[in-house]
Each structure stands twice: as structure tokens, then as C-alpha cells.
Design a protein around this ligand. Structure first.
Ligand code: FES
Length: 159
């Protein structure tokens, strides 16, 4: 997803959310998902606004944002490649695939390439364990990742 942070009034977005859903701490995860959906990532500057809106401490909000791998703290690249790091995919060579993918895509795991073209992120089980190692490329599952699949993904994300 492309970030359109500049066009989003974060304070308004949060206030609209709590107006609709309430100021309870159980709204934290849904609100964070809504912000990421709308903006593309959770800006550190949003943390105090969220904390205030839900009567939480900044540390509470920061802890949740950093704990869940789904939440991005920086804008994603034009393409997002997620590699599965859960047990079955690891048992099928996931670690070596990760090294090869990072090398071919030119970006370390958990980062966005300098040209903004691709983000490489971990994911923890896609429910496709029998056909791993697996990836998600811009939200599309890709099974049985091997060197040829990495090459296809690299060409796909070059566009
Ligand atoms: S462990 Fe990778 S899809 Fe389940």
C-alpha cells in the first residue's frame, strides 16, 4: 500500500475512531489496524495521540506497536515481500531462502530498499505449511519458494 500520510489528519482520524468505537483500551488494536490501513504505517508521532485518546500510557501504545510484526513504523516500499519465518517453513529451508532473497532483492529483512521499490518483512505462518517455504508478494501467496521463485519475485518487484 502506498502511504498517503500527508493527506491524513491523524488527530481527526483518531477522534473519528473513538467517537464511533469508544475510548476503551480494547480499541487499541482495532485503531492501530485502522491507522495502518489508512496511512500505511504507524508514525511514532501518532503514539501520544493514540495514548491520549484511549486513556493509555505512551509506553502501552508503543509496546503494542513494536510487539506486533504486522505494524509498520515506516512507510512501506512500492512492493512488499513477506517471507514466512514460522516453524514449518523454517524446517523446509526458510532461513537459507531468507538469506538468498535479501541478497537478490538488495534489502535486509525488516527494511525497505533505499530506492523505495521493495520492503522485505517476516510473516509468521500463512496457513500454507505443507507447501512451504512460503511468501506473500504484495498480498499474494507464493508457495515452494526456491531460487527460481526468488528470481521471479525479484523481476516482479522491479516493475
Ligand atoms: S509455517 Fe510457513 S506457512 Fe505455516
Amino acid at each position: 500500500m502506498q502511504s498517503h500520510e500527508a493527506s491524513v489528519d491523524m488527530k481527526r482520524l483518531i477522534e473519528d475512531w473513538v467517537h464511533l468505537h469508544g475510548r476503551t483500551r480494547d480499541q487499541l488494536l482495532p485503531l492501530l489496524h485502522a491507522i495502518q490501513e489508512e496511512v500505511g504505517f504507524i508514525d511514532d508521532a501518532a503514539v501520544p495521540l493514540i495514548a491520549q485518546a484511549l486513556n493509555l500510557s505512551r509506553a502501552d501504545v508503543h509496546g503494542v506497536v513494536t510487539f506486533y510484526h504486522d505494524f509498520r513504523r515506516m512507510p512501506a516500499g512500492r512492493h512488499v515481500v513477506k517471507l514466512c519465518r514460522a516453524e514449518s517453513c523454517q524446517a523446509r529451508g526458510g532461513a537459507a531462502i531468507e538469506v538468498a532473497a535479501a541478497q537478490r532483492l538488495g534489502v535486509p529483512m525488516g527494511a525497505t530498499r533505499r530506492d523505495g521499490q521493495v520492503t522485505l518483512e517476516p510473516v509468521y505462518c500463512l496457513g500454507l505449511c505443507a507447501v512451504g517455504p512460503n511468501a506473500l508478494v504484495d498480498g499474494r501467496p507464493v508457495a515452494r519458494i526456491d531460487a527460481a521463485a526468488i528470481e521471479r519475485i525479484a523481476q516482479e518487484v522491479a516493475a
